[in-house]
Design a protein around this ligand. Structure first.
Ligand SMILES: CC(C)(COP(=O)(O)OP(=O)(O)OC[C@H]1O[C@@H](n2cnc3c(N)ncnc32)[C@H](O)[C@@H]1OP(=O)(O)O)[C@@H](O)C(=O)NCCC(=O)NCCS
Length: 230
């Protein structure tokens, strides 16, 4: 199960982050992957009433990744936390599937209260760097929150909000853009997928070239040893 989550998460990073070049790079260099995988453990401990252990586990993850996720928070599948440093996700926060968060995002409390006090984020939502989403508000599916926005009101589905306090920008996202745009920016559809595929092929080719070169040099080193042994 954990392996399935890890595989799915890594695949999502590779699909969505233009900077993610290889499976191994995502596995070892992306704190968002480590934080989300670690959260699965902390959350399981919390759900089994091991509150202190869950809290301590999430504290270690924070120490290692710079990303603070309360063990009670509910995270959907294929969540990407890009860069990650300074992200805070509070105790009663909920995040749907396929969301994308940048560094310094806070899903926090607006006013001190008990019970549900953190946001509920829908599916396929992008939250820009430094944005603060505060209080038990709902962020609708496919919404986009601009970097450094402070969101204190609910955001309807398919809406982009920016500013402090965050207000909708003047246009709704066309339905087609329910797919993912890196940085929340609509792309030139005629160009971008092709360029990304070409870039992917170029990277794969240079990895293969490096592999062949390594194999050739290993083989060349082995030959003199074999000759000497004969
Ligand atoms: C909010 C966002 C998704 C909007 O993208 P967009 O749909 O292309 O929108 P536009 O660039 O056309 O901007 C629409 C309006 O919002 C304003 N705006 C855009 N982003 C803004 C922001 N973060 N804060 C304040 N205003 C912003 C623009 O100036 C423009 O205003 P105008 O209509 O008065 O000219 C995008 O600007 C954004 O913030 N993405 C997150 C990027 C990020 O966090 N990157 C981190 C990478 S490490």
């Amino acid at each position: 199960m954990a392996f399935m989550f890890l595989r799915e998460t890594i695949r999502t990073y590779r699909e969505r982050d233009p900077a993610a070049r290889s499976w191994m790079e995502v596995l070892i260099c992306y704190p968002g992957v480590h934080a989300v995988m670690w959260h699965r453990l902390s959350h399981a401990l919390w759900e089994n009433h091991l509150y202190l252990l869950g809290r301590f586990s999430s504290h270690i993850a924070r120490w290692l990744t710079g990303i603070e996720i309360h063990p009670a928070a509910k995270l959907g599948r294929r969540l990407v936390i890009d860069h990650g440093m300074g992200v805070v996700i509070g105790e009663t926060a909920e995040i749907g599937d396929d969301c994308y968060l940048y560094h310094q995002v806070t899903l926090g409390v607006a006013r001190t209260s008990s019970g549900k006090r953190h946001p509920t984020v829908g599916n396929n939502v992008i939250i820009g760097a430094g944005a603060k989403v505060l209080g038990p508000i709902v962020i609708g599916d496919n919404a986009r929150i601009g970097s450094n926005a402070v969101v204190v009101d609910p955001v309807p589905a398919d809406t982009t909000v920016v500013g402090v306090p965050a207000r909708p920008v003047d246009r709704k996202l066309p339905r087609k853009q329910a797919g993912f745009d890196p940085y929340g920016m609509p792309c030139d559809d005629s160009l971008d997928p092709l360029m990304r595929d070409l870039e992917g092929l170029r990277v794969e080719m240079s990895e293969l070239e490096a592999r062949v070169a390594r194999l050739a040099s290993a083989q060349a080193q082995q030959k003199p040893r074999q000759t000497a042994a004969e």
